[in-house]
Structures are given as C-alpha cells and as structure tokens.
Design a protein around this ligand. Structure first.
Ligand code: ZN
Ligand code: ZN
Length: 274
C-alpha cells in the first residue's frame, strides 16, 4: 500500500458530499491522499462501507455510534441491537476501526432536555464501553471522539489498558485537551490527531511541539473546520496536506519528514491487521 497523505477522519459519507462525492474522492486519490470515512450511526457507517467498496484502494471506513446518537437509541430500546449490528458491520474487510465513539459532555443539558445529566452520561458510557469491547474482540483500533470529557474518558481507558491481556489502541480525534491528557492517551495505546483548526488557532503550538511525531496523525473531520485559506468553506480530504504542513512548521521540520512519519504511524495503527 502506497500513499502520500491520509485523512484519518473524514465524513465524505455525509450528505454534504451527495452532489460531488466521486469528484471529491477522485481529487484526493489523484494527489496521493487516502481517505478514511467515519460513521456516527448505523446509517452513516453503512454508507462509509459502501463508498469504500467502490474503490480498490485508498478509501476505507470506520464504523461507530457517536455519543450524540445514544439517547435516541436508548429512548427506542435499540442500544443492544445497534451494538450487535455494528459488530457485524465492523467485520467488513474495508473497516479499519471502530468509532467515532466516546463521551461528549459539551452543552449536555441543553442538548438533552427532560433527562438528567447523570442519565445521559451513563448511557454514553454504556455505548462507549460496548464499542471498546467490539474493538478488542475484532482487534481493530478505536476512533475516539471526546469533548469536555477527557478525564472521564481517560479513566475508562486506563482501566482497560492496565489489564495485561488487553491490547487497547486507537486514535484520539480532533484533540483539544492538555499536554498531560495527550500523554495519558498515548500511555493507554493511543495516537493523537489534529484537524485544520491548527492552521488558525494558536493554542495548539505547544501541544504539537511536545507530542512526539510518532504519536501524531492527520485528519480533516471534513466537511467541518476547513483550514486556512479555506475557512468557512466545506473542508475536504485534500486539505489534510495543509494540516501536515502546519504540523511540520510547528515542529520545525520539513513537510516531507512529517508526512513520512505520519504515513508510518497510520500504517502501524490502522493497517497492520487489515
Ligand atoms: Zn468527532
Ligand atoms: Zn467526525
């Protein structure tokens, strides 16, 4: 497998790309940019797989249930059946990981009227643990989504990772925590990925300088957070080059050096078992 760059967390499976999905993916592949489309529920996970099936190489899927989706499932009594179906989807050869999954406590009260915060947290944790179990059972890494929940997420991961027989691994996507938290994720078997946000937000410099290059991955989270000079527009996988360029700039190394190491990191994390 040969690629120049890889967008490890894209959503070309989302409706924002319905009009020109093939063109967007072709533009990326022509430039040596591989794409991993990430699901947030069963439907977008299935779509990520069917898109990946259309390409011999270069387009992959990660399947999972985003924490924002879990209360709707709970309300309809669908959590266990959804996790069971997710596990079946995850066995597909184009699926290289489980997620995006995790805990998201951002504006939790506002988003969950009529339910207690404690209940929402409990359901999020249940579905997260269900996906950790799938990751371990199938030996496919996790794609973590955490927002305002770093310490709670780390506590869960730590308790898994300290069991000697457990081979926990994955990537903490859209990282926005502290350096201490980044180091804690790394010690639990995780890499850390950054989006186009690092091209315009200044508070990432110390973090990127201090996190070892062999623990960093690149992503766009497209269609969201386009990098400079595309801010406010729809992001796409091709923009991942600008993310790698910025990582190199902050670290004071050549873009090629950063690119090459990230290529190795991604192969090690996501492609050793596929
Ligand atoms: Zn996310
Ligand atoms: Zn995402």
């Amino acid at each position: 497998m040969k690629f120049q760059y890889i967008d490890t967390h894209a959503h070309v499976n989302f409706p924002e790309f319905d009009e020109d999905r093939e063109v967007v993916l072709r533009n990326a592949l022509d430039e040596g940019v591989f794409v991993v489309n990430v699901g947030t529920n069963l439907e977008s996970s299935r779509r990520a797989i069917s898109i990946a099936e259309q390409y011999n190489e270069g387009v992959y899927a990660i399947v999972g249930i985003h924490p924002h989706e879990v209360m709707e499932l709970e309300k309809n009594g669908l959590i266990d059946s959804t996790l069971a179906e997710l596990k079946e989807l995850a066995k597909h050869g184009k699926v290289i990981g489980i997620g995006e999954c995790g805990l998201d406590f951002f504006k939790i009260e506002e988003y969950n009227k009529g339910v207690t915060v404690e209940d929402v947290k409990k359901v999020q944790e249940k579905v997260f643990r269900g996906q950790i179990d799938i990751s371990l059972a199938l030996d496919k890494p996790l794609m973590l989504h955490c927002r305002d929940s770093y310490s709670e997420t780390l506590e869960i991961l730590y308790n898994y990772s300290r069991v000697p027989s457990v081979k926990l691994r994955g990537n903490a996507h859209f990282f926005a925590g502290s350096l201490e938290q980044a180091k804690a994720f790394i010690s639990c078997g995780f890499t850390i990925s950054f989006t186009g946000v690092i091209t315009f937000a200044k508070n990432y410099e110390l973090l990127i300088k201090e996190i070892p290059l062999d623990k960093i991955l690149s992503e766009t989270d497209c269609p969201y957070v386009a990098p400079v000079p595309f801010r406010g527009k729809r992001a796409e996988p091709l923009h991942v080059k600008l993310v790698v360029q910025k990582i190199a700039e902050i670290k004071g190394i050549s873009t090629e050096e950063a690119r090459e190491q990230i290529e190795k990191n991604v192969k090690q994390m996501f492609f050793d078992s596929v």
